[in-house]
Write a protein that binds this ligand. Structure first.
Ligand code: ACO
Length: 378
């Protein structure tokens, strides 16, 4: 090749496939799952129905949804070996490591793991079990206890039940369910891409999901909500303008702000902010304090960064919402993972329909022909 090629760091702006699953319109601040507007899904659908949509490309009819919900419910149980593994992990371990190891182990015990033809039913198993694993990690860390699933509850109600050892009120379940739905899919984000890279080698769907989990872990992706909440709580009782100036002038980023694709308000953040506003009316004073501080920081940040196209993303409000739901910050990223599982599985199956090994090229800038010196003469 003559001359230096264009290098697209972070693969920004590179199209690597066609997809019908998700459209992220970063200019207009719009998001569609299989053509359905996220506002309509958040207002009228739920996580189970949306998961069906992501796996099948169509909304289910009454029977299809009932069958799908039953299949999810039937997969909730965790084998004792998985629970023992979760119990054996040191308390200080990052729960994303535990989640990754548990999902890999579930794959190791699944005799159908390598059967591509079973990927649809394996996806249902993954979506169901990842929620049970996250709940088990949370409850074992908090109380050393594992709560067995309740097959009569919805996916989200059961997750909160397993996490807390008791059922949560309907309005709390509804808010958590909306958060899961909003996080369920987001096109070729880093974790999804990593899952696609893994499946492109004709590995298996568990391995691809485990790659996605490990990629989600970082603070520039799934770890942003925990970092954003830390920043929000650090601003309690402070003047938001001075607080934000301090963060920016010390060269730090405002967590939960900015996005590679959205150069305007993230539509998921718009939806969840409204729901948070409505919910805090009857929440405790700590959650109100967190939410009100978040609104102040949001306004102060937009004044400084809006013109540069840096607006709140969904993770800015995830922390305050999960505080209301009663989820501990260390569990935010695992909860993001259980929410994103349908999107990961959907992309993995779509990619396999027309698989090609992903193998991009680097532009080599090193030397060639260096003389090899024996170790004693270096
Ligand atoms: N706070 C302050 N400044 C920011 C922020 C932010 N959150 N995000 C970007 N910028 C600034 C950068 O400093 C840079 O400024 P410069 O041009 O003066 O150097 C400019 O905006 C462009 O930044 P990039 O890093 O090139 O933009 P990119 O598209 O790669 O950023 C990213 C996307 C990584 C998400 C970034 O906005 C960020 O770090 N945000 C904070 C972490 C976060 O919230 N992540 C969650 C993403 S959403 C999700 O995973 C669900």
């Amino acid at each position: 090749m003559d001359g230096k090629p264009t290098i697209n760091l972070g693969l920004e702006g590179i199209y690597f496939m066609e997809s019908k699953i998700c459209k992220v319109d970063g200019k207009a601040g719009k998001l569609y799952y299989y053509g359905y507007d996220i506002e309509a899904l958040a207002a009228r659908s739920n996580f189970e129905e949306t998961s069906y949509l992501l796996l099948h490309g169509e909304l289910p009819n009454v029977k299809q949804l009932a069958d799908f919900s039953r299949a999810l419910s039937e997969e909730r149980n965790l084998d004792d070996k998985i629970i023992d593994m979760i119990k054996s992990v040191p308390k200080e371990t990052n729960p994303m490591h535990t989640l990754s190891a548990a999902m890999d182990l579930i794959g190791a015990y699944d005799k159908n793991a390598e059967k591509t033809a079973d990927n649809e039913s394996t996806s249902i198993r993954i979506i169901s079990k990842i929620a049970s694993v996250v709940a088990a990690i949370g409850s074992i860390r908090a109380t050393s206890q594992y709560t067995h699933p309740d097959p009569k509850l919805s996916h989200t109600a059961n997750f909160l039940y397993m996490l807390n050892g008791e059922p949560k009120p309907k309005e709390v379940v509804k808010l958590a369910d909306t958060m899961f739905l909003l996080h369920a899919e987001h096109s070729s984000n880093a974790s999804t891409f990593s899952g696609i890279v893994t499946i492109s080698t004709l590995s298996d769907i568990y391995s691809a999901v485990v790659s996605a989990i490990n990629t989600l872990k970082g603070p520039l992706h799934g770890g942003a909500d925990e970092a954003a909440l830390k920043m929000i709580t650090g601003g309690i009782g402070k003047d938001p303008d001075k607080y934000i100036d301090g963060i920016i002038s010390s060269g730090n980023r405002i967590m939960g702000f900015g996005h590679r694709v959205y150069k305007t308000y993230d539509p998921r953040a718009v939806i969840i902010k409204e729901q948070l506003k409505a919910a805090i009316g009857d929440s405790d004073s700590r959650v109100k304090e967190i939410a009100e501080t978040a609104f102040g920081i949001e306004e102060a940040t937009i004044k400084r960064t809006g013109q540069k196209g840096i607006w709140p993303n969904v993770d800015f409000f995830s922390g305050p919402v999960y505080s209301y739901v009663g989820i501990e910050p260390e569990l935010f990223t695992p909860v993001f993972a259980l929410s994103r599982a349908p999107g990961w599985c959907s992309h993995i199956m779509e990619y396999l329909k027309d698989n090609r090994l992903i193998r991009p090229t680097v532009y080599y800038t090193g030397e060639t022909g260096r003389p090899y010196k024996e170790i004693n003469s270096r």
